[in-house]
Design a protein around this ligand. Structure first.
Ligand SMILES: *Cc1c(COP(=O)(O)O)cnc(C)c1O
Length: 479
């Protein structure tokens, strides 16, 4: 006990830790107040450990260094904050990594709106209140052939708003083959229930005929809903109803027809080859009353939900109180407006929209990038691991184009010492470990005990960043 008391006296104060040179790097990275709270917790914990005899006797300077180390570690773990990362997964629209990378002109437009006031809801002609929707409406109508458009926070909100505004207390008829769960708890049946409508399922998992819809219509039916199978494929003995037939049925029975396209696509780009999603224009031309899709999937823009369709229905949506709740923010709107401009002059689209450019990359471009990365990695790791170029399967991601992978290339790295698992974790955590050095976390998958760096999703210049980061991590290990 006397011994413990003796040790307790050596515990540093928070102030002495803060003043210590070892705390400097951490104080450069995090607010002082966070460091103070972290030190308080850590020193309390060390006091308890000393009392329980769980810690070997240490000098005051050792205890100070330990307190600072523990406090910085806990801050690094809890307070990483949102930050850029390098995506070496080969998944282009990686939902967990922020989906679409925005084009440069879109970022410029966004920045100019973010840093000042704008005519967001102000009509410069009349000097009176205006609608934020006008900034994207004209382009959307031109690009889709629809009568009216409304953009909201995301596509999940778009579907929710449509069902609530048009079918609250009524029935929504959906095929059993289209009861999709998108992920992040967006399930079509739940969304329909939550929006106050009653789900009527028709057909079977693999087969739904037009007569299945027709036979289920009652006087409380309001909407015939078609949902794009965004993240799975139905193969084998299957049948589903063509949007044109469903639209005709809706018209003849006085029901609204709606298609949730998920990713959707505004134009057919021959450069994308097999990667083809139905276009919004096709869906509108098939006679669907309303079509919804995302801004940050194959469109390659900001998070947004886009609704296009018949004017009287879109007006009804706009008047619904939910429209205010799910409205799009000004930054996403500015970004979407700038993106749609690019679509209006599609000649350079594939070169300017990163999501499309990544998809359209030719085999020789991919190969050149893989060679560059491989030679940079070889130079940076000084024989401390095995570097080789391998074939890889890249993915579109974002719930677009299920089952379709795009042939790509990757650079595989196997360290001579230490495990690849550990190296993978250190690549993710590297930014916090070297505060002050400008390094980005690298997210790369493991396969057969090797780290795999897919090159398709790297942004120009990141090959060198990966090499530099790997060099830092391999410092001190022997060849
Ligand atoms: C992705 C997707 C959604 C949700 O879109 P968000 O923009 O992510 O909210 C809804 N429906 C389908 C069919 C989808 O693929």
């Amino acid at each position: 006990m006397i011994d413990a008391k003796n040790h307790l006296r050596k515990l540093p104060s928070i102030d002495s830790c803060l003043a210590h040179p070892k705390a400097e790097a951490c104080l450069d990275t995090y607010p002082r107040q966070w460091m103070v709270s972290a030190l308080r917790v850590v020193i309390d914990q060390m006091r308890a450990e000393l009392l329980q005899g769980e810690m070997a006797p240490l000098s005051r300077s050792e205890l100070t260094a330990l307190a600072i180390l523990r406090a910085c570690t806990s801050l690094r773990e809890q307070a990483r904050g949102i930050q850029p990362v390098i995506n070496a997964t080969g998944v282009i629209l990686h939902t967990n990594l922020g989906r679409a990378v925005l084009p440069k002109v879109v970022i410029d437009a966004l920045a100019s709106i973010a840093g000042g006031y704008s005519n967001l809801e102000f009509d410069l002609t009349t000097g009176k209140r205006g609608s934020r929707q006008v900034h994207v409406e004209k382009a959307l109508l031109e690009l889709t052939g629809a009568e009216a458009a409304l953009v909201v926070n995301n596509n999940a909100a778009a579907v929710f708003l449509c069902i609530n505004a048009l079918a609250n207390g009524k029935e929504v008829i959906v095929s059993r083959g289209e009861q999709v769960e998108i992920g992040g708890s967006f399930r079509i049946p739940d969304v329909i229930r939550q929006s106050g409508a009653k789900l009527v399922e028709v057909g079977t998992t693999n087969i739904t005929y037009l007569s299945d819809y027709a036979d289920s219509i009652t006087e409380t039916s309001a909407v015939l809903l078609k949902v794009h199978r965004s993240n799975f494929r139905l193969v084998g003995f299957t049948a589903s109803v063509d949007p044109r037939e469903l639209a005709a049925l809706g018209r003849s029975r006085g029901l609204v027809t709606m298609e949730d396209l998920g990713s959707g696509s505004l134009i057919d780009l021959p450069e994308l080859g097999q990667v083809r999603e139905p276009t919004v224009r096709e869906s509108i031309a098939s006679g669907m009353d309303l079509v919804t899709f995302s801004g940050d999937k194959l469109l390659g823009g900001p998070q947004a939900g886009i609704i296009v369709g018949r004017r009287h229905l879109v007006e009804k949506l706009a008047r619904n109180p939910l429209a205010r709740i799910v409205r799009i923010d000004k930054l996403s709107l500015a970004a979407l407006a700038a993106l749609l401009r690019l679509y209006l002059e599609p000649r350079h689209l594939v070169k300017t929209v990163p999501a499309l450019q990544m998809l359209a990359m030719t085999e020789s471009e991919i190969e050149a990038r893989a060679k560059e990365l491989a030679s940079l990695l070889t130079a940076a790791t000084l024989g401390k691991g095995d570097v080789k170029i391998i074939d890889a399967e890249d993915q579109v991601g974002g719930g677009a184009l299920p089952g379709i992978s795009v042939a790509g290339k990757a650079v595989a790295f196997r360290p001579n010492h230490g495990s690849s698992d550990e190296l993978q974790a250190r690549l993710r955590l590297v930014a916090g470990q070297y505060p002050g050095r400008h390094v980005l976390p690298v997210v790369a998958p493991l396969e057969g005990g090797q780290l795999i760096f897919h090159v398709r999703t790297l942004i120009s210049g990141q090959e060198l960043e990966i090499a530099k980061t790997l060099a830092v991590l391999m410092e001190g290990t022997s060849p």
